[in-house]
Design a protein around this ligand. Structure first.
Ligand code: ADP
Ligand code: ZN
Length: 730
């Protein structure tokens, strides 16, 4: 067995976050170090961070070994997390140091422990009691004994900091220096649960039973939007807390976290830790440390929270598990849903995958009994799923460059007359997806990408949705230089809003699109305003499909239900099905009955028919049969290879080498397709060439692929990206 502790001067291997292909040997520092210790080591002239990874390899001259500079003041990485990092790296064919970097992304981890000024209740009495002072003292009593910073206390009491300074002066509050990174408030599983319906209670108790078993297991929690999935998995969190273990809840969208945190706080009487890109550096470090020390019972976060150093992780909830944002498409390519299952299996935790429209992968795993499945079939309370109908656009008369059909228009007017809200859904940001020159036919394209520029009239700019490049809206055509002939083609939400303003001159219209808000807070405020009834018509992109609750919303009009069905993506049908059902689910979330109208030119399309009939199981069965016949995921395996380079020839050169040397793949039963220019053939000035590897399910593809790509010489200017289980094929 590997040693657990290295005495001072004893050699040990340290894995650093630097791009090296192996762990390096060092000597344990004074006082020794534990296996898994987070350390700083000298590397050349620098000091870098690493983790004590195991016994020394011993193949380096011992006399030349350098000593670990210092052991960081955090608990050592547990074996479970080390194994997770290794397995995740193996699965995604990611170098170990890059994987370790994901697990050490806490700013200031190497800083010395610091202190900050905090406030506690003092012995003194204020000379005169004011409302503001009263509120401050109430907060202090309410949180009995807890310490606050001045800012926190001022915010909680809703007073200015001068009120607090006054109380300090009079001794009613005392100031002291305290270490930073305090534990998070205690969460009480008994605080305030809702009375669950029979269905919900049965699902909750089944999840609790799983948690109490202390063994790994994954459950697919399927229930229509509004059926109480969240209420049910909060009871799983409660069961986990009762076991004294930690829980992680992954959400697909940061914009949803604050609403969710409030809900969690109401349930458990305290705010959990947060982990996502919108959290401050200080809070990130606090969360990281408290998770490791056990001072955070629940973390709500984005996919990278999976790499946090939990002391005893007992439950991972993946909410909206079908959401494509769980796949990281940059840097380390991993699917957080799958990695959640991996991590849970290594630490005897449970996984709850919650969705109204599960991914076919999870559905199939439940069918195969690898996952348990729980169903919530009806909406909570009086609300029912909306009625769904198609609007056959072939039978509607629309003026050129308009998108709201007479039928949809009438339905919206009816809602307005009743004081109810309508949502017009169009999954396209900006004003118009294409800008064309009516003089020469040129379409304005991004200079760096194989993508057309999208007009954003609100910003008065053209924008590339691939690389983010923007240019001012030109007066003249960039190609023929004729002025005043550039015209928008097709609709984006901004253009739809313009049309809606003409068609419904009386209506108050709100546009919800991620690019229109400077901050998450501004967006949140707008969502709240809408929920309170400040708009008659909401115009939104994909963003509105997720989680938000608009009680007055009773009509959803999908402007282009055919949009997602085009294209060759193997998941096009599945995605359209999910998105349409999710969007429709926004309507009628209270006792008001909802209606969803889908504008389509092909109402007879099987996917649209399945959406309209609501025959979910039928849809999945048909989709599963098709994928099975084609031998594609989840019934076969796929790996995407993208070769990119500034020179198209260099990219093709590497890709061709790969196909020439693909015997190792064929011997293993896998096939390789391509090379071909990627559908988006150039991004940020780099040409992109794709290969696709397909194999039956049983093949251990990662090993074969690693052998395969090793044989190919890749020049520095060329990049080879391996995407295991690709979600997009662009
Ligand atoms: P889902 O996550 O399936 O969309 P939610 O858990 O958000 O559903 O529930 C929808 C709404 O119904 C929420 O406002 C929730 O608080 C409420 N709700 C669900 N179940 C109950 C219950 N048993 N008691 C009270 N309110 C409930
Ligand atoms: Zn671009």
């Amino acid at each position: 067995m590997d040693p657990e502790f290295f005495d001072a001067g004893q050699p040990c291997a340290v894995l650093t976050t630097q791009p090296l292909d192996r762990a390096l040997d060092y000597l344990a520092p004074e006082g020794g170090c534990w296996l898994g210790a987070y350390v700083e080591v000298p590397l050349g002239p620098r000091r870098v961070m690493g983790v004590v990874w195991g016994p020394a390899a011993g193949d380096y001259d011992r006399a030349k070994l350098r000593a670990i500079h210092r052991v960081l003041d955090v608990p050592p990485m547990r074996e479970e997390l080390r194994t997770f990092i290794i397995k995740a790296a193996d699965y995604t064919l990611t170098p170990l140091p890059a994987m370790l970097r994901l697990a050490t992304r806490a700013p200031g981890l190497t800083d010395p422990p610091a202190t900050r000024r905090i406030l506690r209740l003092g012995q003194g009495e204020p000379d005169r009691m004011t409302d503001a002072r009263q509120r401050v003292l109430e907060v202090m009593h309410e949180y009995g004994g807890l310490a606050f910073t001045q800012r926190e206390l001022a915010d909680m009491a809703g007073v200015t900091t001068s009120v607090i300074k006054g109380l300090v002066k009079q001794g009613a509050l005392t100031e002291e220096d305290a270490p930073k990174d305090l534990p998070f408030p205690h969460l009480d599983p008994a605080h305030k649960g809702k009375d669950l319906t029979e269905d919900q209670a049965a699902a909750a108790s089944s999840l609790a039973k799983g948690i109490n078993s202390g063994l790994y297991g994954t459950t697919l929690l399927k229930g229509v939007t509004g059926s109480g999935k969240t209420e049910v998995y909060l009871e799983a969190v409660a069961a986990c807390l009762r076991q004294g273990r930690q829980a992680l809840v992954l959400l697909p969208e940061i914009a949803l976290t604050s609403e969710f945190l409030t809900r969690l706080e109401a349930r458990f009487g305290g705010r959990p830790a947060e982990w996502h890109s919108g959290v401050t550096m200080t809070d990130r470090r606090r969360t990281w440390k408290m998770v490791a020390e056990g001072g955070a019972q629940v973390v709500v976060g984005a996919r990278s929270a999976l790499f946090l150093p939990f002391r005893d992780l007992g439950l991972i909830v993946v909410d909206e598990e079908h959401d494509t944002s769980y796949k990281q498409e940059d840097g380390v390519l991993y699917n957080a849903r799958d990695m959640a299952v991996l991590r849970a299996s290594l630490c005897s935790a449970r996984v709850v995958l919650a969705s109204a429209t599960p991914s076919l992968e999870s559905w199939a795993n439940a069918e195969a009994r690898k996952y348990e499945r729980l169903n919530l079939t009806s909406r909570f309370g009086a609300s029912v799923m909306p009625e769904m109908r198609a609007i056959d656009m072939r039978a509607e008369t629309l003026a050129a460059s308009t998108w709201i059909s007479p039928t949809l228009r009438k339905a919206v007017e009816e809602r307005m007359a009743l004081g109810q809200q309508s949502l017009l859904f169009l999954n396209r940001r900006g004003y118009a997806p294409v800008t064309i020159c009516r003089a020469c036919g040129h379409q304005v394209a991004c200079p760096h990408c194989d993508a057309r520029m999208v007009e954003h009239r609100f910003l008065k700019r053209l924008m590339c949705h691939q690389c983010g490049e923007t240019i001012p809206m030109p007066e003249a055509c960039p190609s023929c230089h004729v002025e005043g002939k550039l015209a928008p083609v097709g609709p984006g939400v901004e253009r739809l809003a313009e049309e809606a303003a003409k068609v419904f001159p009386e209506a108050r219209i709100a546009v919800l699109s991620s690019d229109l808000f400077g901050s998450a807070r501004a967006l949140k405020e707008e969502i709240k305003r809408i929920a309170d009834g400040a708009a008659d018509i909401v115009i939104g992109t994909q963003m509105v499909a997720k989680g938000h609750n608009f009680p007055l919303l009773t009509l959803v009009g999908v402007i282009d239900a055919d949009l997602g069905l085009q294209g060759s993506d193997l998941r096009a049908a599945e995605r359209t099905f999910q998105l349409m059902r999710q969007v429709a689910g926004r309507a009628g979330r209270t006792e008001l009955k909802g209606l969803a109208l889908l504008q389509t030119f092909q109402p007879e399309h099987p996917v649209l028919r399945a959406i309209l009939s609501g025959d979910e199981e039928g849809f999945w069965q048909a989709e599963a049969a098709e994928r099975q016949a084609a031998g594609v995921p989840p019934y076969g395996r796929m790996v995407g290879i993208i070769v990119s380079s500034e020179e198209l020839n260099d990219a093709f050169d590497v890709a061709n080498q790969l196909t020439r040397h693909s015997e190792v793949l064929r011997e293993a039963g896998a096939q390789v397709y391509g090379p071909a220019p990627a559908p988006i053939a150039r991004i940020r000035g780099r040409h992109r060439v794709r290969l696709l590897v397909k194999s039956p399910k049983g093949v251990f593809l990662q090993k074969v692929i690693a052998l395969w790509v090793r044989n190919v010489r890749v020049r520095n200017t060329t990049r080879l990206t391996i995407d295991i289980d690709p979600q997009n094929f662009l």
